[in-house]
Design a protein around this ligand. Structure first.
Ligand code: UDP
Length: 377
C-alpha cells in the first residue's frame, strides 16, 4: 500500500515537515507523512478561536527566535514575521515583577535602587551565605547565580509546578535556559531575529507541505501500521524513542501540559501575552493572552481570550518536555543504541526523538543538517 513512497516521515512538526519539504522540492521525491493528531504543526500548531477570532497556539505560546541566519532565511521562504518582541512578567505574592530576573526585578523585590555596576557586589553578599562549589542540580546552580531569596521567590515554586519535582532532583542545565540580566532589559530572548509568523504557525506548515510529492495521513498512529512498510523503507521518526521500541526498557520521563481556555469581556486582561505565576499554591504556571501576539491585527475590543497552563506528568500521553537527568540519559542511550543496531533504516530526531529540550529553531537547524548530510548527501 505504501510502496510508492521513497521516504516515510513520522510526525508533522518542524523536524519532519522541514525534511519533507526538502525531499519533495529539492530532490523531487515522494514522501508520506504520518501524524497521530488530526492536524499538522506538532506543538507549534495555531488556530483561530471561534468566539473571538483571536489566533492562539494550542500547545502554549510559541515565540520564534533565532540567531541562526540560515534557519531564519529558510523560514522566510514560507512566512513573514510581525514585529512582536517577547517580554514576560511574573506574579509573586500578588505583585507583578519582570521575568527573566533583571535589575528592575531585583530593585522591586529588595526595595532598593541598585545601579548595574552594583549588582555583582550585592549578589555576592547574598550568595556568600549559601553557595555550592560544584553545583549538582537545578537548585544549587540557581542559588549560585541569583542567591537564595530570589530563587525562593521566583524560581522554586514555579519550577516545582512545571516539573513536578523538587528542583534538587532536576538537572542544573535547565536554569541556564533562563537568562539573568543586570540591567533593565526586558527582552526574554537575546537573539538576532524574533517574531510571530504573520499568518500564524499553521500557515507555515501548510506551505512547507504544499508539494504534490507530499502525502499526509492524519489521525494515524505509526505504530499501528508499522508492519505495512517493507524493512528497507527509509523512515524519519520524530516521535518518542521509547515508544518506538514499545517501552521495553521502561518509559522515559516527560512532562505534559493541559490548558483551560476562557473568553473574558475585557479589551485587555493582563496587558501582556504571558504572565507567569511563581507561587506554588496557584495551580497553573502561566496565563497566556494571545491577543498580544498580533498587535498588528484588528482584534475585537470588547473581549479577549485567556488560557491557563497546567503542567503534569506525561505517563506516555502527549509528552512535551523531556525531563532529562542521568537516569533518563542512560535509558535514552540504551534505546538509541538498539535502534541503530536493529533499525538501520531509521533516522530519529526532533525534541522527542533526541530527548532534548530544543526550541523551534534548534529543530529546524537539525532538520536542515539531517537533510543535507544523511538524506541528500
Ligand atoms: N523558570 C522559573 N520561573 C519563571 C520562568 C522559568 O523558575 O518564571 C524556570 C523553570 O524551571 C523553567 C525554566 O526556568 O522550566 C526555563 O524556562 P522557559 O521559559 O525557557 O520554559 P519554557 O518556555 O520552555 O516552558
Amino acid at each position: 500500500m505504501y510502496k510508492s513512497f521513497d521516504y516515510v516521515l513520522v510526525g508533522a512538526g518542524f523536524f519532519c515537515s522541514v525534511i519533507a519539504e526538502r525531499i519533495a522540492n529539492d530532490m523531487n521525491k515522494k514522501v508520506l507523512i504520518i501524524e497521530k493528531r488530526n492536524h499538522i504543526g506538532g506543538n507549534c500548531y495555531s488556530e483561530i478561536d471561534n468566539k473571538t477570532r483571536i489566533e492562539y497556539h494550542k500547545y502554549g505560546t510559541h515565540i520564534f527566535h533565532t540567531s541562526d541566519k540560515e534557519v531564519w532565511g529558510y523560514l522566510l521562504k514560507f512566512t513573514s514575521f510581525n514585529s512582536y518582541y517577547h517580554q514576560v512578567l511574573t506574579v509573586y505574592n500578588g505583585q507583578v515583577y519582570q521575568m527573566p530576573i533583571n535589575l528592575e526585578t531585583i530593585n522591586s523585590f529588595y526595595k532598593i535602587n541598585l545601579k548595574p555596576y552594583e549588582v555583582d557586589a550585592f549578589l555576592k553578599k547574598e550568595i556568600e551565605t549559601e553557595s555550592y562549589d560544584e553545583p549538582k542540580n537545578f537548585e544549587e546552580q540557581a542559588i549560585n547565580i541569583i542567591g537564595r531569596p530570589l530563587y525562593d521567590a521566583f524560581i522554586k515554586g514555579y519550577t516545582k509546578k512545571q516539573w513536578g519535582r523538587d528542583p534538587k532532583e532536576l538537572p542544573a542545565h535547565i536554569i541556564k535556559r533562563l537568562p539573568f540580566r543586570k540591567n533593565y532589559s526586558e527582552s526574554y530572548f537575546f537573539d538576532t531575529y524574533q517574531g510571530i509568523p504573520t499568518d500564524g504557525y499553521t500557515e507555515i506548515f501548510n506551505k512547507l507541505l504544499a508539494s504534490k510529492n507530499i502525502m499526509l495521513k492524519l489521525d494515524t498512529d505509526f505504530h499501528q501500521i508499522r508492519d505495512q512498510f517493507s524493512s528497507g523503507t527509509k523512515i524519519i521518526y520524530s516521535g518518542s524513542i521509547d515508544s518506538l521500541l514499545d517501552y521495553k526498557y521502561g518509559a522515559l520521563d516527560y512532562r505534559t501540559l493541559s490548558f483551560e481556555k476562557e473568553v473574558v469581556e475585557y479589551e485587555d486582561y493582563q496587558g501582556t501575552s504571558v504572565m507567569n505565576y511563581a507561587n506554588q499554591d496557584i495551580p497553573y504556571t502561566r496565563i497566556h493572552e494571545p491577543k498580544h501576539l498580533h498587535p498588528e491585527r484588528d482584534y475585537p475590543s470588547d473581549k479577549t481570550l485567556i488560557i491557563k497552563e497546567f503542567s503534569a506528568e506525561a505517563n506516555r500521553e502527549d509528552p512535551y518536555y523531556p525531563i532529562g537527568g542521568e537516569k533518563n540519559r542512560l535509558l535514552y542511550n540504551k534505546y538509541l543504541k538498539e535502534i541503530k543496531k536493529t533499525c538501520p533504516n531509521f533516522i530519529v530526531g526532533g525534541r522527542l526523538g533526541d530527548y532534548k529540550y530544543y526550541d523551534m529553531h534548534h529543530v529546524i537547524r537539525e532538520a536542515l543538517n539531517v537533510y543535507s548530510k544523511d538524506i541528500r548527501g
